[in-house]
Design a protein around this ligand. Structure first.
Ligand code: SAM
Length: 284
């Protein structure tokens, strides 16, 4: 067990500082004060962060850290704090750690008894969630889904039974493909696509996947997808069965020893169709 009393000692600390997700004014007084007072700020893209710092006349030295070199840079950050310098980590936008660098260094710093101080602020997922109109708790944050379409489809399928509201980040290049997958798997779920939050072209598109797909050509910029959870979860294997043809689905039950009448009923229930519809397909 470890206990951190954040403000009891005067030692150097590691600050995780939130920055705006678009509108430069969405930064706290405390964040500005912290970024001004630390010795070094680690950021992703020094040019992006320099614009923010210049806006607030902050001259603190900037160094860069990325998800791909975070392991290596973590050691440098930890050494720096141990030498007595205060370090802040920021990302290009929003909260560090959330689909951004910061987790590895936080974890290792905790192991080395360095105090972690969070300076909270905007995060795109939470901002989109609270304005989505879809219940905010419980929610499941998936970050970015896989960039490969087949893996993304699989990931989305695996979320099927989740009762929590689902929150994920998506890129404008992949949104059309993702919406098509959502049309297949989640045709009736309520979805809010929140884009360009806090910026001039901020927009919420609230509807079903098919409705949103109809306007996909106009969906550009940074975006978050919020989708309602499953209010009536079904077992994993039923999702698999529903991917078979009706005949195969029926045969699966017959092969498992269920009689004809019961099998008709189960297939109809699983697929939310009438027994007559199943009967028409399976009658010899
Ligand atoms: N750490 C950030 C946070 O706390 O929100 C997220 C960083 S992640 C690398 C960037 C993704 O967040 C974007 O691709 C987009 O999906 C989402 N995002 C960031 N800013 C946004 C905005 N202003 N409006 C909508 N989505 C945004």
């Amino acid at each position: 067990m470890k206990r951190q009393k954040s403000f009891e000692k005067e030692n150097a600390k590691l600050y995780l500082v939130a920055t705006p997700i678009g509108n430069l004014e969405d930064i706290t007084f405390r964040a500005v004060k912290t970024l001004n007072s630390v010795d070094i700020i680690y950021c992703e893209d020094t040019r992006t962060s320099r614009k923010l710092l210049d806006h607030y006349k902050i001259n603190t030295k900037l160094k860069s850290v990325h998800l791909f070199n975070e392991n290596e840079i973590s050691q440098e950050i930890i050494r720096t704090v141990k030498e007595g310098l205060n370090v802040a980590i920021i990302s290009d936008a929003g909260m560090p750690v959330i689909s951004d660098p910061g987790w590895i260094v936080t974890k290792e710093a905790i192991e080395q008894d360095i105090d972690i101080i969070v300076v909270p602020g905007a995060s795109a997922g939470i901002s989109a969630l609270i304005a989505s109109g879809i219940t905010a708790h419980p929610f499941y944050f998936a970050g970015f889904l896989n960039s490969k379409s087949s893996k993304r489809r699989q990931e989305l399928k695996e979320l099927y039974n989740r009762e929590e509201t689902i929150v994920f980040y998506e890129s404008p290049h992949r949104i059309e493909e993702t919406l098509k997958i959502l049309v297949d798997i989640y045709p009736n779920r309520k979805i809010t696509l929140a884009r360009e939050l806090t910026k001039l072209h901020e927009e919420y598109i609230r509807g079903t996947a098919i409705e949103i797909l109809e306007v996909v050509d106009s969906i550009k910029g940074e975006m978050v997808v919020i989708m309602e959870g499953n209010s009536n979860p079904i077992e994993e294997h039923i999702i698999e069965l529903n991917e078979l043809t009706i005949e195969e689905h029926y045969k699966h039950y017959i092969d498992s020893g269920i009689d004809h009448k019961e099998a008709l009923k189960k297939v109809a229930n699983d697929r939310h169709i009438s027994k007559k519809e199943v009967y028409e397909k399976v009658k010899k």
